[in-house]
Ligand binder design. Structure first.
Ligand code: ATP
Ligand code: MG
Length: 142
């Protein structure tokens, strides 16, 4: 059975453009419940750890620089079929290919500065949530 938890970040471009409120509204209207949320900023080291899976990719250094360039909002979300439904809501990685009405279509600037992150599996949703929140049990997430 698909899991009920996913993890997202409002990325530095969307945060600095003042789009956090609009994005959170879209997330809630799509039926996701906010379980834990934090305004924070990634160091270079933390951004490298978070995206370690991409470390051999040509865009890795730029990605780390971009993700540590300003504040982000880290959020744990709950909904049935959370991971898949959230990936649908955010749209394709490249906003030029993102479907109409998706968060990336509306707010992303480029394939790199693409406004929002979404976990790609139930397993990664847990790992990524734990990366930002050490006290998930107080939010009744296990
Ligand atoms: P995310 O993991 O942030 O939700 P994603 O799963 O849609 O995005 P990934 O393939 O995991 O896409 O890439 C991680 C991030 O790396 C992208 O969201 C984007 O910011 C950046 N990225 C991906 N591909 C490129 C590329 N070709 N050029 C520049 N940046 C890229
Ligand atoms: Mg990804």
């Amino acid at each position: 059975m698909a899991g009920t938890i996913t993890f997202t970040m409002i990325k530095p471009d969307a945060f600095s453009d003042g789009n956090s409120g609009s994005i959170i509204k879209m997330i809630e209207e799509a039926g996701f419940q906010l379980k834990a949320m934090k305004l924070t900023r990634l160091s270079d080291r933390k951004a490298s750890q978070f995206y370690a899976v991409h470390k051999e990719r040509p865009f890795f250094n730029d990605l780390v620089k971009y993700m540590s360039s300003g504040p982000i909002v880290a959020i744990v979300l709950e909904k049935d079929n959370a991971v898949e439904d959230f990936r649908k809501l955010i749209g394709a990685t490249n906003p030029a290919e993102a479907a109409e009405g998706t968060i990336r279509k509306l707010f992303a600037k480029s394939i790199e500065a693409n406004a929002i992150h979404g976990s790609d599996s139930d397993e990664n949703a847990k790992i990524e949530s734990s990366f930002f929140f050490s006290n998930l049990e107080i939010f009744h997430i296990d």
